[in-house]
Design a protein around this ligand. Structure first.
Ligand SMILES: *[C@@H]1O[C@H](CO)[C@@H](O)[C@H](O)[C@H]1NC(C)=O
Length: 290
């Protein structure tokens, strides 16, 4: 195991040495820009899913994406905010730089056949939930393309625990070695942007967060161990529904990572997509950590 880890480190070092540290994004190859939903009414807008810190389009929000696809929604995702050479660790560059990649992707979805005559819905988890708020506010021309925003556990007002520096909480154990190694080599600008007093947090919270025409649902868990205190996620502005999962599912012990995989949360999201986020749901037992 140790030698494997060493080999992986050398391979990464080689990649790093042979490339500049330019940021880049990776689209999900199954994005279908001619997709037509089998859903009706409000649920028919194309959905862009945004993963959390250190994750990718195929880890974190991927199971929720498959589930929504299976329900007839048109979904789109990408790995954003990675460093060139390290495509398996997304969301680590500065929030403002990731935001530009996400904005360009939203424009692409909006301008495609799948987006014709529609708004784009954003669903994000953790850093992705933060970006779902940040991008419409700061990237030119995006807020008018977006309708609904659903954020799971965004560190809207920062987080008091520097949990973003705890990849053991943030990621599955397999990903930790890779995350550690990449952070050692290129750093994690997003980590310092998102804690209390971080640059991106200061910018987002300076003046109204929600842009005209956008409708926001914030979903948080009272058991969140990483974005703390959990009500740091909430936004006290018009057109926002703030929801603790436990209001609808009192016995759901779900923690920060598990939220993206929790059937009760998925059902809340489905109701939000249909314009009724506080409707009763079928709850799951929850996954405290994953
Ligand atoms: C993309 O969506 C269109 C319209 O629904 C469908 O006909 C086509 O088969 C889809 N392509 C793929 C690769 O799934």
């Amino acid at each position: 195991m140790a030698s494997l880890r060493l080999a992986a480190s050398w391979a990464l070092l080689f990649l790093w040495a042979s490339s500049s540290v330019l940021a880049f994004s990776v689209p999900n190859p199954s994005n279908n820009f001619t997709c037509q939903p089998t859903q009706s009414a409000s649920g028919s807008d194309p959905i862009v899913l945004l993963h959390g810190l250190g994750a990718t389009y195929y880890e974190d929000i991927n199971e929720l994406e498959s589930w929504l696809k299976g329900k007839g929604f048109c979904t789109f995702s990408l790995t954003y905010g990675a460093n060139q050479g390290f495509p398996n660790v997304g969301g680590i560059i500065h929030i403002a730089d990731s935001a530009l990649e996400i904005g360009a992707f939203i424009q692409q979805v909006s301008g495609s056949a799948a987006g014709a005559g529609k708004k784009v819905t954003l669903i994000g988890h953790s850093e992705g939930g933060f970006q779902a708020l940040y991008v419409p506010k700061f990237v030119n021309g995006i807020s008018s393309l977006v309708g609904m925003i659903i954020s799971m556990a965004p560190p809207t007002h920062g987080t008091s625990l520097s949990g973003f520096l705890r990849p053991d909480l943030l990621l599955g154990s397999l990903a930790v070695t890779l995350f550690d190694t990449v952070v050692e080599l290129v750093g994690c600008q997003a980590c310092s942007d998102l804690v209390d007093g971080g640059q991106a947090v200061g910018a987002l919270d300076n003046g109204p967060i929600v842009q005209p025409g956008n409708t926001v649902t914030i979903i948080a868990s009272t058991h969140d161990e990483l974005v703390t205190p959990p009500d740091t996620s909430f936004i006290h502005e018009p057109d926002v529904t703030n929801l603790f999962i436990q209001t609808l599912c009192p016995h759901d012990p779900v923690g920060h990572i598990g939220e993206a995989y929790d059937q009760g949360v998925w059902n809340i999201i489905l109701n939000a997509l249909n314009g009724n986020p506080t409707a009763p749901v079928q709850c799951s037992q929850g996954i405290p950590y994953k």
